[in-house]
Design a binder for this molecule. Structure first.
Ligand code: AMP
Ligand code: MG
Length: 487
């Protein structure tokens, strides 16, 4: 058991831990051999109302490693179920993550503080409860990049080396990630109770989630229906944002789909380089279930699983509940399409609407796929084209470029303003796979975090033009990129 640090309090609340015992397991982190702070996210700490100097002190690092508990912690592992690659597991739960409690920031927002890789829990199912350094730094880097891109996501507060190996295919250095989230409630959290026929717990969880994420739904004539519609709207907006930057989550299981609308669980995720809707990076995704272009369909499927779990709350009469749920899910494609189309229009610099716009967008994507153009670099180059340049990257677009220039000319305002708007809509920088790998292997193999720091600094300003190597697509001729769950 970790020590309790007399006097050290983080100001934690425990609304989830106050839910009935069957919602979680009370379990403390397992101390590690030699905790060493690798990186602390000081700006995030300040946003949370935590003192970065305190977190970086010996006592603070002990907490971030799970070697000590703040006096006001009530550590729990959350129970949840989930569909993984389509197959249902009724009991997953936090097998290696422990929630210390909830921070109420100076902004009034409530956020979970969780340690990922903090040791075994009753949900570990034979696994070690630990995380390897590479995946921890990967989640740190990519979640911070997503945040800088303006995409809702869990955040990374700190990465701590444990001084202990974890055994995967080979021994790897271990680490703990301190993660912050609006909540860790997932589609699978509702499935857990639905699968048990526990109507009371289902209602308590829905009330809790409404209070946290949809307070307005509580006032609606049908609060649980309004809540479901809120989750749908947030996920439609989220997945549209993923699509607009070429993000591939890689493991969109229902236990990795939040109620808050934040991106969670960065495992085999990666950003697409050349535009191809069939792009898959994950080594375990043999059938392309979670391919780039499949994501809107998969999120709708996951939301249908949520609707199924919530049926008894929609209406006490089963057929009426089912009828409403079907109609609600039927509205998802339009919700997604609206968010996605709006984002694409912004990526093309179109603030006004004209009849031929949809066709213009569709023609661009078709041409990009055909020529396998780099998704990020091509969109970014449009800003230069708007200022009269003829970027080489856009040469393969042929006649399309002329059509687009003519359309852009009908938008109001000076060219410089249009270019600036295009640069705000199209990032110059995404976490390029080859750069992420370079940063992680330097950290893991040589304990050299300089490439990680340099990459993170650039990723924090994705809309500014970086040194060329950070914006460039991968050098041609490399092997296809493969990611691993690597947990
Ligand atoms: P993930 O694919 O990381 O979202 O995890 C799916 C499930 O496996 C969750 O219940 C995790 O808690 C559990 N899990 C993943 N890795 C480990 C591990 N090293 N030890 C214990 N449980 C794990
Ligand atoms: Mg997960």
């Amino acid at each position: 058991m970790p020590d309790s640090l007399a006097g050290l309090r983080l100001g934690l609340d425990h609304s989830y831990a106050r839910l009935p015992e069957r919602f979680h397991a009370r379990v403390a982190p397992t101390p590690v051999a030699a905790p060493r702070l690798l990186r602390l996210n000081a700006p995030l700490a300040e946003e949370l109302g935590l003192d970065p100097a305190l977190l970086a002190s010996e006592a603070g690092v002990a907490i971030l490693a799970g070697n000590a508990l703040p006096e006001d912690a009530q550590p729990i592992a959350m129970a949840y179920a989930g569909h993984q690659f389509g197959g249902f597991t009724p009991r997953l739960g936090d097998g290696r993550a422990i929630l210390l409690g909830e921070l109420i920031g100076p902004d009034g927002a409530r956020r979970d503080l969780q340690l990922k890789g903090a040791g075994r829990t009753p949900f570990s199912r034979g696994a070690d409860g630990r995380a390897a350094l590479g995946p921890v730094l990967r989640e740190y880097l990519i979640s911070e990049a997503m945040h800088a891109l303006g995409i809702p996501t869990t955040r990374s507060l700190a990465a701590v080396a444990t001084g202990e190996p974890v055994f995967r295919e080979t021994p790897l250095p271990g680490a703990v990630l301190a993660r912050v989230a609006a909540s860790h409630i997932r589609v699978g959290s509702f499935q857990y109770f639905a699968a048990r026929g526990d109507a009371e717990a289902l209602r308590l969880l829905a009330d809790h989630a409404i209070a946290r994420h949809d307070p307005a739904a509580a006032e609606a004539p049908q609060p649980y229906r309004a809540f479901f519609e809120g989750v749908m709207a947030r996920q439609a907006a989220l997945v549209a944002r993923w699509m607009l930057v070429g993000f591939i989550h890689g493991v969109m299981n229902t236990d990795n789909t939040t109620i808050s609308g934040e991106t969670i669980d960065y495992g085999p995720c990666a950003f697409m380089d050349a535009y191809d809707p069939a792009t898959v990076f994950s080594s375990i995704d043999h059938y392309g279930r979670y391919a780039y272009g499949a994501q809107p369909r998969i999120i709708a499927w996951n939301l249908a699983r949520l609707a199924e779990a919530l049926l008894p709350l929609f209406d006490a009469r089963e057929d009426a509940a089912l009828e409403w749920a079907r109609a609600a899910i039927g509205r998802f494609p339009a919700l997604f399409e609206a968010a996605y189309a709006q984002g694409l229009r912004a990526k093309l610099g179109l603030a006004t609407a004209e009849e031929g716009d949809d066709a213009l967008v569709a023609a661009l994507l078709a041409r990009m796929a055909e020529a396998r153009l780099d998704f990020t670099a091509s969109f970014r180059a449009l800003a230069d084209a708007a200022e009269g340049a003829a970027p080489e990257a856009l040469a393969p677009l042929g006649d399309w470029l002329g059509d687009w220039r003519a359309r852009l000319a009908r938008e109001p305002g000076p060219a410089a303003e249009k270019a600036a708007a295009l640069r705000r809509a199209n990032p110059a920088v995404i976490p390029r796979n080859h750069l992420v790998e370079e940063a992680l292997s330097a950290a893991v193999e040589r304990e050299d975090l300089a490439p990680f720091d340099a990459l993170l600094a650039v990723l924090r300003r994705p809309f500014e033009t970086p040194p060329p190597r950070y914006a460039a697509p991968p050098p041609p001729g490399g092997a296809p990129y493969v990611t691993f769950c690597g947990t």
